[in-house]
Design a binder for this molecule. Structure first.
Ligand code: CU
Length: 515
């Protein structure tokens, strides 16, 4: 009975089963091929090839002419910027011919200095840095140096800071001056002294003189407390024109830089972070800050009262020593780092994108190599992000970089091909005021205009960058937009101006000056 039941139908069954299996496998193979061909670049972006760098670019600034000014090590990747600095011209590519290695003749070691652009000249201001005492490194200096991109020279200034600063932050103020905060003043001398920190800020006027904010001294805001808040203090100009300071331990302050300075501590406190986790101003008065245990918080400092906190969810990975970069579309890209500090064990190659509209994180493209301590990321005028460096010290001497191509640069048809980009035909070449209307002409119909302040990045922190959507009242090849309302919202200086077409693809930016 059993045999009878199985014999003929079984043969038929087996044949049927095999043909279905063959059909299934072939469909599966075809769809697999299709899957292999489908690119996710329009969703996750893509990294370009690893390329060499003449130094480890542990400090980088985008200059008004679109070139990158970088410094940090010698040409063997050893600690110390006393010998060289580098100019990279991104439109010339990533070959040796795109780089200029220039001698530093200032006698200042700018290793781990503070930096910001000077708004009226477009020169780079570099404050403090490293010093060698008794043949030991990691002491501090109070030197002030200025890089002039029209002559590519770095000149030591006669007026030095009142305090030595190693790991200070220099913030451009609404009136074009610079506030310099934090840094270590002196280092432990065996059996003689303890480490001391520059817990008193100072302001550099436009004529180069320095004013000490003697009534605003604080160990928590920018000294040895506050979770080592001397370590590149996280500071931005808030929409009221004061400095907002977010200590690594979560304490928050307002610094009025007028006169000898007035520091006010907010009652509001956020969770603890690390000195080696990034924060970035992604919209006017809004900061995305990465805290401990992969958490992220939004700090809204637009009101005149206490800062308002809200959650920005959890990242997929712990990016200690990673960077956060605001992209041309206002999304924030976090890359690099490690879950184990400056070691390769927990290195994170996957980058992540945060969309401020949805408050969601998505895992984006993976890099080729680790970016740990002394790595940096910088948004370039073509809408890509350069990320490079790491080391001095660290497990790898990263005399190299990679370029990240964000999703907006790709066709959405899954081909992985770069999309056609609109071009800016005409944009202002003279200085634009605040709340001022101006016209932009493109070769395509413009549907969106964005503005990103040129970056100054080092040690996981780009305090200069900030993002704006400029509302446009009509679409067309010529649109009129209005610059940001005030210098408090958009400090004077240089901004990348991107126009977007209907497909959501940005132009290469024109760099405009607001002042
Ligand atoms: Cu450093």
């Amino acid at each position: 009975m059993f045999k009878l039941f199985l014999s003929a139908p079984r043969t038929w069954c087996l044949k049927y089963f095999i043909s279905v299996l063959v059909l299934f496998l072939s469909i599966h193979a075809v769809s697999n091929l299709a899957l292999a061909a489908a690119s996710e670049a329009h969703l996750k972006g893509k990294f370009g090839p690893l390329h060499d760098w003449p130094i480890i670019p542990l400090s980088m600034m985008l200059m008004p002419d679109g070139r990158v000014f970088a410094y940090g090590t010698d040409t063997d990747g050893n600690q110390g910027a006393k010998l060289h600095y580098v100019i990279w011209n991104p439109p010339a590519g990533t070959g040796a011919e795109a780089f200029k290695v220039l001698p530093n003749t200032t006698n200042t070691d700018t290793f781990c200095a503070g930096q910001a652009l000077i708004p009226n000249t477009g020169h780079a201001l570099i404050v403090g840095g490293d010093a060698v005492v008794n043949n030991k490194r990691n002491y501090a200096n109070n030197d002030v140096n200025i890089f002039d991109p029209t002559t590519d020279t770095l000149i030591r200034q006669t007026k030095s800071m009142a305090f030595k600063r190693w790991y200070a932050t220099a913030v451009t103020l609404p009136n074009g001056e610079h506030a310099v905060l934090g840094g270590r003043d002196d280092k432990f001398l065996e059996g003689v002294t303890e480490d001391t920190y520059s817990s008193t800020p100072e302001v550099r006027s436009i004529n180069g003189s320095w004013r000490v904010l003697s009534s605003a001294t604080s160990s928590i805001a920018y000294g040895e407390l506050g979770g080592a808040s001397w370590y590149y203090p996280r500071a931005w100009v808030n929409p009221q024109g004061n400095l907002f300071i977010l200590a690594h331990n979560g304490a928050m302050f307002k610094l009025d830089t007028r006169g000898t300075g007035t520091l006010t501590k907010y009652a509001t406190k956020t969770s603890s972070s690390r000195t080696i986790l990034p924060s970035v101003m992604y919209a006017p008065g809004r900061i995305l800050s990465i805290r401990r245990d992969r958490s992220a918080v939004i700090v809204n400092i637009n009101g005149t009262g206490e800062p308002v906190l809200s959650s920005a969810g959890l990242l997929a990975k712990d990016h200690q020593h990673g960077s956060a970069t605001v992209l041309a579309d206002g999304q924030v890209w976090v890359n690099g780092g490690s879950s184990t500090g400056n070691t390769l064990d927990g290195r994170v190659l996957e980058s992540e994108l945060w969309n401020p509209k949805t408050n969601r994180w998505t895992v984006a493209a993976s890099a080729t190599t680790a970016r740990l301590y002394h790595s940096t990321s910088l948004l370039l005028p073509d809408g890509t992000v350069f990320t490079g460096g790491g080391g001095a010290p660290g497990p790898l001497k990263q005399l190299n970089g990679e370029i990240y191509y964000p999703p907006y640069l790709f066709k959405t048809d899954e081909s992985g091909q770069l999309a056609f980009r609109p071009e800016i035909i005409d944009a202002p070449t003279t200085v634009i005021g605040w709340n001022q209307s101006f016209s932009i002409e493109s070769d395509e119909s413009i549907t969106r205009v964005t503005l990103v302040r040129v970056g100054a990045a080092t040690h996981t922190f780009d305090h200069e960058t900030r993002f704006f959507n400029l509302p446009i009242s009509q679409t067309g090849k010529i649109v009129t937009v209005k610059s940001p309302r005030t210098a408090k919202v958009a400090p004077p200086g240089f901004y990348l101006l991107f126009v977007w077409n209907a497909e959501g693809v940005p132009s290469v930016a024109k760099i405009i000056q607001i002042g």
